[in-house]
Design a binder for this molecule. Structure first.
Ligand code: SF4
Length: 361
């Protein structure tokens, strides 16, 4: 049994599930071979200490794609050192650790050689990449060295970590798509302070303005958290107004639920569950309207589409530079001939609010 649950509740799980041969936390994946060899030898040592190693696919463990296709994820760091009070990820995934740039580049080159066109760089929060390695290392510098891929997408940006250097890289490097996924969680300063996000309303607004000035036409995706302890109706209305004015390209949202062991779990003034769910519904329905309007405005325009496959009805399907895999909808192509992995120019014919209908030109 491997992963976050095993990492967090190893002791309890071991007692309740004696039939499990081996518990592997979040920091031992690269030792699975050795651990299994030990395990098959008889007695199973309880894994008390974690190795702090990072996955290194390029040197010892060649990367296998579970789902071959023109798009892949590539993790650039493990853990997180940010202090968000609602989150327990840093506690069981450890402090932020960047993978060495040359390992990431080797892995990206191998993916490109295997036919991958789009790589989605991943970390719990990616803007810290390189900062703990030392001067001269940063996400922007890493992006400069990933030119073998056609599209590079970066997920997820922590607001305070977005630098001018990063914005310049997104704008100037043709292989980096103009797409910023930056979870904001909220806009009301009292809520942001209680969440310890390190930014307030004025800072958030200034950052968005700067991003839009630096990268005109950039897609901006965010995630919001409603019903955080102490969130008043006034705070929530400020959030609705902010979303209405800002018009994010995409927005995901969650109702707060208390995480065992988090700092926020001890905060006073909980928002009743039903009120939080109601706020979530109001926020999502506002975004649905915004999204439908934004997609309708795309009709008649042009875009690049990465062809990914064929639907059950025989239509080609793919995504634009502004659509991340799995969360942003798809493009369905009519009267078009192309193969998976091709990036083609298209005209947008229609939209069903979330997805786009287009034709190759
Ligand atoms: S919410 Fe994201 S940035 Fe904040 S502590 Fe959790 S993983 Fe880190």
């Amino acid at each position: 049994m491997a992963g976050c649950l095993a990492e967090r509740y190893r002791g309890e799980l071991a007692q309740g599930l004696p039939e499990v041969d081996l518990f592997i936390g979040t920091r031992e994946y690269d030792r699975i071979g050795d651990l299994l060899a030990e395990a098959s030898g008889g007695a199973l040592p309880a894994r008390e200490a974690f190795s702090d190693t990072l996955m290194d696919y390029s040197r010892r463990l060649p990367r296998l794609l579970a789902e071959p296709g023109p798009s892949a994820y590539l993790k650039v760091a493990e853990g997180c050192s940010r202090p968000c009070t609602f989150c327990v990820i840093p506690r069981f995934r450890g402090r932020f650790r960047s993978r060495a740039a040359h390992h990431i580049i080797e892995e990206a080159e191998a993916l490109a050689a295997a036919g991958v066109k789009e790589v989605n760089l991943l970390a719990q929060e990616i803007t810290s990449y390189g900062t703990e390695i030392g001067e001269g290392h940063s996400l922007a510098k890493l992006l400069e060295r990933l030119e073998d891929l056609r599209w590079i997408r970066i997920l997820y940006n922590y607001p305070r970590g977005v630098t001018d250097e990063l914005l310049d890289a997104i704008r100037d490097l043709p292989w980096v798509v103009e797409y910023i996924d930056m979870p904001l969680q909220h806009i009301a300063t009292p809520v942001l302070t209680a969440m310890r996000r390190g930014i307030d309303e004025a800072g958030t607004r200034a950052l968005i303005e700067k991003m839009r000035r630096a990268i005109p036409g950039c897609a901006l995706r965010t995630t919001m958290l409603v019903g955080f302890p102490g969130e008043t109706e006034e705070d929530f209305k400020a959030l609705l107004d902010f979303v209405r004015e800002t018009r994010f390209t995409r927005l995901g949202a969650f109702a707060y639920s208390s995480e065992e062991g988090s700092f926020a779990a001890r905060l006073p003034d909980p928002v009743p569950k039903e009120a939080a769910r109601e706020r979530l519904r109001r926020l999502l329905s506002l975004q649905e309207e915004i999204q439908a309007g934004m997609n309708a405005a795309l009709v008649g325009g042009r875009c690049e589409v990465l062809v990914e496959g064929v639907t059950a009805e025989g239509l080609l399907r793919g995504r634009t530079r502004h659509q991340a895999p799995e969360v942003d909808g798809e493009v369905f192509l009519h009267e078009t001939e192309a193969g998976p992995g091709e990036i083609i120019d298209c005209e947008i014919l229609d939209t069903d609010r979330v997805d786009l209908i287009a034709r190759g030109i």
